[in-house]
Design a protein around this ligand. Structure first.
Ligand SMILES: C[S@@+](CC[C@H](N)C(=O)[O-])C[C@H]1O[C@@H](n2cnc3c(N)ncnc32)[C@H](O)[C@@H]1O
Length: 208
């Protein structure tokens, strides 16, 4: 069980740059937000994993959802705080997921867009199980991972300041059984395409 620290440091180093690049809402994410908000009945308290630059939290709040912004990379947490938002540093694999602002109250939903791609294959079940434990029965989950085989190791930046990212790819059947074993009832796993060659498996599920 381990978190890839090169990936986290790489996001730290490039948080502002990443936030600017990701600021425009992709069409498939907008569709997932619609479904998620509808599933929540237009209200509720949500834990966001991997808030990044905060694009999705803003949209969810516009629709009446209360969002706890979190990220594993302190670069994003600082960026969000500088913009006036509350945000917490949080590793969903190892840290307490309970809501410090609503003690004793489970979340109504979890929003984890394009971030569990960085969780190692052998750890995804643990993360999904911990997210389920933090959510009320019937609460909703959005999670999206890349579709494909194996892992991808990519390097960007300069030799002095390299940025290294590890991503894990998933096939639908393995993802579905990992979700089910972790305590989620899967309603749908949708195939979504962002930029060309950017293939996502987008999960809509509820807490068993
Ligand atoms: C591709 S970005 C997506 C950010 C944002 N959700 C969006 O859609 O623009 C990946 C996010 O996952 C976070 N992350 C990196 N490693 C992670 C891990 N092991 N567990 C959870 N999140 C992680 C990064 O800090 C970053 O915020």
């Amino acid at each position: 069980m381990s978190t890839d620290l090169d990936t986290v440091r790489s996001y730290d180093a490039a948080a502002a740059e990443y936030a600017a690049e990701a600021a425009a809402m992709p069409e498939w994410v907008a569709t997932e937000i619609d479904a998620f908000v509808t599933g929540l009945g237009g209200s509720g308290r949500v834990l966001e994993i991997g808030s990044g630059g905060g694009r999705d939290a803003l949209e969810l709040e516009k629709r009446g959802i209360s969002v706890r912004r979190t990220d594993i990379a302190k670069g994003f947490v600082e960026l969000l705080r500088e913009s006036g938002f509350e945000a917490d540093l949080l590793d969903p694999l190892t840290q307490d997921l309970a809501d410090p602002r609503r003690p004793g109250t489970p979340y109504d939903g979890i929003w984890a867009c394009a971030c569990l791609i960085h969780v190692a294959r052998e750890d995804l079940g643990t993360v999904l199980g911990r997210l389920a434990e933090a959510t009320r029965t019937g609460g909703r989950l959005h999670a999206s991972v890349r579709e494909g085989e194996g892992e991808d190791y990519s390097t960007y930046g300069s030799a002095v300041a390299p940025r290294r990212y590890v991503e894990t790819y998933w096939r639908e059947s393995a993802l579905r059984s990992t979700l089910t074993d972790a305590g989620w009832i899967v309603s749908e796993i949708r195939r979504c395409v962002g930029r060309p060659h950017d293939h996502w498996l987008s999960v809509r599920a509820s807490r068993a």
